[in-house]
Write a protein that binds this ligand. Structure first.
Ligand code: SAM
Ligand code: SF4
Length: 317
């Protein structure tokens, strides 16, 4: 469906849970979040109905996200049912990878086409620090299992944080030389609740180009990512720059949260509830949400925070 600014909305990010087994410092408060009442969250049937409605409105790609989608019971069957919905051509899933190893095969069989796996550092101490207790070895096992399961074009998502991992840009990028995977550097986004990062943490993605002058631009449309390749590498490097160079004019996505709110824009406070609605009700609300999608998300910086009223685990990234 075409929105009010002539953008074709074809991509749904569906957050299936707010819960997570990690507590990444840029995403979630240390104490976690107040668990909402079960009856306030979308049921599996409501999620599937919402995807049906989205497909009728022109959505072709769905990304399952969270929280950590792999902590959700029945995630495999949910993926299988989404993949079977008419009109959905591509099903992707974003995960921190730590629970992936025993599930990678099942997700592939269920019809998940692509995986994005978040990994900000290759150092186990730093991994523990940024995730507040996660084990790097588990994420690495997950990545290996995804490769073994035959997932193609796996994307590693690394949030770039000044003073934390800018010294690892080359080693993270080198993963594309060792494995048939892409690495995407994502600028840290200033959510209201991640004030534990000072202004220096917000580094523009141009630092990747400074550190890796050998990167060759790939002249194709990478969606929201600008694409590059290290000479001879198997995979691509993507730069996603929501802060330094917003891509709102090309934004083709809407989001649905686990508690049933359609978010036309990640950084806006607008939320349209679809919880408890029948198919017709959902159709009307999701259509109106697409028409309400703003032209852009406004300035973002350490000083100009996101207007989203939620932490990232409650949105889905
Ligand atoms: N738990 C899964 C994971 O970590 O991949 C999926 C949900 S997570 C919210 C989705 C993505 O959002 C992850 O790649 C994460 O690194 C990213 N993210 C979370 N908070 C962010 C922030 N403040 N700025 C930039 N990216 C962020
Ligand atoms: Fe959990 Fe993903 Fe947020 Fe980290 S980024 S706390 S893994 S939801």
């Amino acid at each position: 469906m075409i929105d009010s600014f002539n953008r074709n909305i074809t991509y749904l990010r569906l957050s299936v849970t707010e819960l997570c087994n990690l507590r990444c410092r840029y995403c979630m408060p240390e104490e976690g979040i107040c668990k909402k009442r079960h009856e306030d969250m979308l049921t599996q049937e409501e999620m599937l109905q919402a995807v049906h409605v989205c497909a009728a409105l022109g959505i072709r790609k769905v990304r399952v996200t969270g929280g950590e989608p792999l902590v959700k019971p029945n995630i495999v069957s949910l993926c299988r049912e989404i993949a079977a919905i008419e009109g959905i051509d591509e099903l992707c899933l974003t995960t921190n990878g730590t629970l992936l190893a025993p599930m990678a095969d099942q997700l592939k069989q269920a019809g998940v086409d692509r995986l994005n796996i978040s990994l900000d550092t290759l150092d186990e101490q730093k991994y523990r620090m940024i995730t507040r207790g996660g084990e790097l070895a588990e994420a690495r096992n997950g990545i290996r299992a995804a490769l073994d399961a035959g997932f193609l074009k796996i994307k590693i998502n690394a949030v770039l944080i000044g003073g934390f991992n800018t010294d690892e840009i080359a080693s993270l990028a080198n993963l594309t030389r060792q494995y048939p995977m892409d690495v995407r550097f994502i600028e840290l986004m200033p959510m209201v609740d991640n004030r534990n990062f000072g202004p220096d943490a917000y580094v523009p993605n141009t630092i990747v180009l400074e550190k890796l002058p050998e990167l060759e631009p790939i002249p194709v449309d990478g969606g929201v990512a600008k694409l590059y390749r290290l000479p001879g590498a198997l995979g691509e490097i993507g730069l996603i720059s929501p802060v330094s160079a917003h891509f709102c004019a090309e934004c083709n996505r809407i989001r649905i949260t686990a508690d049933g709110k359609v978010k036309p824009c990640l950084h806006s406070s607008d939320e349209i509830s679809i919880k408890g609605l029948d198919e017709t009700g959902m159709f009307t609300k999701i259509k109106s949400a697409i028409l309400k999608k703003p032209q852009w998300h406004g300035e973002l910086s350490y000083y100009e925070r996101s207007h989203a009223r939620r932490s990232m685990n409650q949105i889905g990234g």
